[in-house]
Design a protein around this ligand. Structure first.
Ligand code: ZN
Length: 133
């Protein structure tokens, strides 16, 4: 299983304010930032390139989604760590065999049309997302 950090997800109240902050802090050009609204996850996103990895800023588009609830309960900050894999179905199958608790038993669509699934944090102590490259 080839693994790498695909991105780190950070929950924020205002994605545009944070894009400006990150561009300033990291010296990144605003035109290098990709933006996308992912209705299924109830978020507006911006992807800040970091070599082969990225920072994924996530702003809730309503009060219903997981990111809105996270910010309500814990404030803004690191929400999840995403691990890139070649074959998400194979990885999900392997995790099920090991009885690793999953939030998504089947892949769903994430940012950029990628296939993603979240593991339950009770084993890993951090919310891990797996992303098919
Ligand atoms: Zn993510």
């Amino acid at each position: 299983m080839e693994l790498e950090i695909d991105h780190i997800g950070i929950a924020v109240r205002n994605v545009e304010d944070m894009v400006q902050t990150y561009c300033k802090v990291l010296g990144i050009k605003p035109e290098d930032i990709e933006r996308e609204t992912v209705e299924e996850h109830r978020v507006k996103t911006a992807l800040i390139p970091l070599g082969q990895s990225r920072i994924e800023l996530l702003e809730p588009i309503d009060s219903e989604g997981a990111i809105a609830k996270f910010i309500d309960q814990r404030g803004e900050g690191i929400h999840h760590l995403a691990i890139g894999v070649r074959d998400i179905k194979a990885v999900i199958g392997a995790l099920k065999e090991k009885s690793v608790p999953l939030i998504d038993a089947e892949p769903r669509i994430g940012v950029g049309g990628t296939k993603v699934a979240f593991m339950h944090p009770k084993v890993t102590k951090a919310l891990l997302e797996i992303v098919e490259k």
